[in-house]
Design a protein around this ligand. Structure first.
Ligand code: BMA
Length: 335
């Protein structure tokens, strides 16, 4: 077992925080152990509904340290995963040199207008990680667009529909040593060929905050009648490494650059053995969600410690209630 063998000695049943996300009891749901071919780790999956089933596009890392993407499909999004026996989308450095060291951390968005899914992923180039994109209508053939943002940039996803006539992309450019911070940005395009109107959507906080220094998109934005729910990860640098946790914000439906509310506290963090110990300790990295419109239950898929895929569920209406009680976002310099 991992470090959480001490957890019960450190925490009491009576004074714990109310949790918005409930872990699936049989976590982790997918690991390298159950993979149909040899892999070092399987983690940070994209998620979408595909012909009534849940489709995950998992990041699979091989023993060179390079990643590719492989799909796993399940009727209930929980069990009986049908994992493709060969990689679904592999780096293609011959045609896309920016994919030389692999492709990582995909996010999937269904674009109803095009009747295609957009897969936005990190290509690991010699010049650093950058954002690349592909479209697909079947998860078999992919129309690759190549890089859409230069390095260093990652943690990107498209909104599912045009907003004010344009497609919008959330992404996270970074400067060396991310001083004074690594922030979440938004850029727009008419046709995916030229991107512009780049602006900061949300700043990392600073100093002692749990998300002081570095933040990035978790899953693609979730549309509700009250605004877009933005799940984001925040990183805290400690003496023994980084801790990756999850925070939330609510964005205005018509102007997502307007952050209506932002959680002060993290809402999900590494506590279980499969989150606390792995190739990179103390990481929860949610990267895909599916919502059951009838029940309002959200399934959130995440990487645990860069070593497995796990599942947690939440109620969209509870997330909204929580967010509406969160403070209005303020100028980041005040944090
Ligand atoms: C980030 C990304 C993720 C990874 C996380 C923790 O920068 O590279 O793929 O899960 O670090 O190692």
């Amino acid at each position: 077992m991992g470090k959480n063998r001490f957890e019960s000695k450190l925490k009491s049943e009576n004074n714990t925080y109310k949790e918005l996300f409930q872990r699936y009891p049989n976590n982790p749901i997918l690991t390298a152990k159950g993979w149909p071919y040899p892999a070092n780790t399987v983690f940070n999956p994209a998620a979408t509904m595909f012909h009534g089933k849940v489709l995950l596009l998992a990041r699979v890392e091989d023993r060179r340290g390079f990643s590719h993407l492989t799909k796993a499909i399940s009727d209930d999004g929980v069990s009986n995963w049908q994992i493709e026996r060969v990689p679904t989308l592999e780096p293609d450095p011959e045609h896309y040199p920016e994919e030389q060291w692999g492709i990582e951390d995909p996010r999937i968005t269904w674009l109803a207008e095009l009747e295609k899914w957009a897969i936005v992923y990190t290509a690991y180039s010699r010049g650093g990680p950058l954002v690349a994109m592909a479209l697909t209508s079947d998860f078999i053939k992919f129309e690759r667009y190549g890089p859409i943002m230069p390095p260093e940039d990652k943690d990107a996803a498209l909104f599912p529909r045009r907003i004010n006539g344009k497609w919008a992309l959330i992404h996270r450019p970074i400067t060396a040593n991310y001083v004074p911070g690594a922030h979440i940005w938004l850029s727009v395009t008419d046709d995916f060929s030229q991107w512009g109107e780049r602006q900061v959507l949300m700043h990392a906080r600073r100093g002692g905050w749990w998300d002081g220094g570095k933040i990035g998109l978790a899953a693609p934005p979730i549309e509700t009648s009250e605004g877009w729910i933005l799940l984001y990860h925040g990183v805290r640098l400690t003496a023994s490494g980084s801790i990756y946790r999850l925070g939330m914000a609510l964005l205005d439906l018509d102007n997502p650059l307007k952050v209506l509310h932002r959680s002060d506290e993290w809402v999900f963090g590494p506590t279980e053995w499969y989150e606390r110990e792995g190739d990179v300790d103390d990481v929860v990295f949610p990267s895909g969600c599916v919502v059951d419109e009838k029940t309002g239950v959200l399934k959130m898929y995440y990487g645990g410690a860069d070593s497995c895929i796990a599942l947690a569920t939440a109620n969209v209406s509870e997330l909204l209630e929580y967010l509406k009680r969160c403070p209005e976002a303020i100028d980041a310099t005040l944090y």
